[in-house]
Ligand binder design. Sequence first.
Ligand code: ADP
Length: 824
Amino acid sequence: MKEKIVKSNIYPVVTVRDGIVFPSAENVLVFGREKSILAVQEAMKGDKTVVLLMQKDNEIENPNPEEIYDIGVLASLDKVVPGEKKQINALVKGLQKVKIVKMTKTTPFYEAEIEVLKDTDNENEEILAIVKYISGQIKKAINLGKTIDFVFLMNILNIQSSLHFSHQVAMILDLRSDERQGLLAELDLKKRLEKEVEYVNKEIKVLEIEQNISSKTQKKFEKNMRDTFLREKMRTIEEELGDKENQEVNDYKKKIDQAHMPDNVKEKAIKELKKFAQMSPYNPEASYIRSYLDWLTDIPWNKASQDNIDLLLAEKILDEDHFGLKKVKERILEFLSVMKLEKMSEKFDKKGKKKSAKSKKSEEKTAKKDAQPSILCFVGPPGVGKTSLGRSIARALGREFVKISLGGIRDEAEIRGHRRTYVGSLPGRMIQGIKQAGVNNPVFMLDEIDKIGSDYRGDPSAALLEALDPEQNYAFSDHYLELPFDLSKVFFITTANILDTIPEALRDRLEIIHFAGYTEDEKFSIAKNYLIPKQSRTHFIPDKKAEISDSALELVVRRYTREAGVRELERQVATIFRKIARLIVEDKIGDKKKTINIDDIENFLGPAKYSAQMIEEQDTVGITTGLAWTQAGGDILFIEISTMPGKGNLTLTGNLGDVMKESCQAALTYIRARYKEFGIDKDFFSSTDIHVHVPEGAVPKDGPSAGVAIVTSMISALTNVPVKKDVAMTGEITLRGRVTEIGGLKEKVIAAHRARIKTVIIPEENKKDMVDIPDNVKKDVQFIFAKRIEDVLVNALLKSGISVKLKDSQPKKKISDKVKKTVK
Ligand code: ADP
């Protein structure tokens, strides 16, 4: 840049805050202060040159001459254009450094007389090196983020002279105004450059620190960002998890609302739910609470099916489902009638008005107390229809049916549940049954009530009693639920094979209904009318495609089953239909109807399981037919007695129970005491051994009712008089020869009938039970009622034989009087 030759030494003065333009540099300046504008205008009139002076304090709007530095730059104004609000923009070029000699004017603008200052310009290697160094440092500063106007940068990089370089650098350095003024006033190039080195290095340091700070801030910022991001993410995850939980909690809330719980239950459920909601899902207790809430919400607290006690319909349904069982059905219909009346009286008082809830409750309670016992108990052998009758009752009432088995239960917790503190605890079977039923008034069958036991784990029958007792069961407490459940609407039916083992307190509550077992004729009818149609349906046998002939069915009943009920019979029928199904599928029947005849039966079911001949083939000495009663119904058994020379020993074999062994002893004692009456030799007992044997291991042999049969066999063996093969007997005997009452008469008699026994001798004390004996049995069997053993002997032993032996001691007439008491 060419230096301007100064023609005059008086110039208008413009004060600048910081924007001094060094000689050989140019910059755009905006003049806005009044004094400056006037000075510029004045200059524009002349040679467009002003003196730029920096003010010492750039805060001051109108500085005095003392507040202005006295060394400045003479500058030319190019491209002067008016700006906004009277401002003047001008491209200002620095010409020369000047010093104010004196202010020649202070208003309306400053004008001063100047003296030109001359910089030293001794370029040498040292100075060049410094220049190079500074240039490098400036690049470094740029890399560190220093921003420089492009024109300045180009000027610096295209170094023309060290002097110009130093002036350009002085313009771009980030300096305080006094520092910049210092550079301006320094006329020695080297010193100025050295100062600039110092400044540029300082600036670099600042830039480095800044960058350091900014990278730290960046890192910090990034860390913050990361944290925020993670936190955000976590929140989303939590929200999602929470959502799920909330969803679950909400679901439970809904379920609780819909479960129609009593208030106390709802309260408890909500309390548990609150606990659940606050719990981490990983807490193992959460799953306990979850299953507890599931139970609480699933139990039909207030859900009941509509009762429908229509006696005619009930009778029809009972008949539809079951053959015979006349007495049982009658008892059930009576029971239902009472239930119906109870329901009606619950609803209406005598005037026909609805009762208030309060009076209803108190009356209900007293009525319940009076109306005991109210729980049915079906007692009888397996397969006689106890369960299926229970189902029919439910059907007749339009109620749900559930059945739980109590067989083998020894633990109270099975009935009442385990406390929730147990791992894997559950409610007891009562509540489980109710849940299964889905209503609070099902027909609830408690199977095998005679098979519950008790041990150190508590007495299940006590818990059962609470469940069944109408006085207590409106608030049955289950350990798991921890809340009372109202069982009072449940229709309980219990079943048992025998009565003896049912705990006394429980038995008191039960209304016993006996199922004795079926005769062969009954079984035949049940099979024909119920089991065959049912099994045919279950095996999808097309209608009229197969039938079982009566003779074949009779064969199945007689030779393939020997049971009190019809379970085995049903199984055999099912086997037949399975085989028929296969024949149909294999197309071996064709379009015809298949009739199963006697000949087919062995094919289908294998050889007959039981012989036709159940009784002895001929009248035999020492063998008597006795009658036994077991849980499976009645059966016949044979008492065999042999005598042999010996020392009067009594041997008992055939796995006899204690009571039966005692019966044998008692029989022997009785006979020895009356040896004369039976015509037995006095020394006979000391020289003879007696062996009592009861074959057939399958029949349990105990109880006193074989007493008469043992005596009969013994006398037969000792007197060598045969026993009639078609006579069977049952009866306990005293040491004085009296025949006393036995139990299970109906089952025993039916078993005798099944075995084709013609005459059954029973204690006279059992005459009252004859009403239970089916008519067709009475028709086929002759009954003899015995008061004393003589009545038995006369009818059981071959008359010819016994009459000879007894003639001496007892007049025949007397005995035959008693014999005539037969039912026929
Ligand atoms: P339980 O409960 O007495 O052991 P179930 O009720 O299980 O006997 O009866 C066994 C099968 O015999 C069932 O299929 C039942 O329907 C049938 N059954 C029993 N008695 C009769 C009957 N009197 N009439 C029709 N079917 C009967």
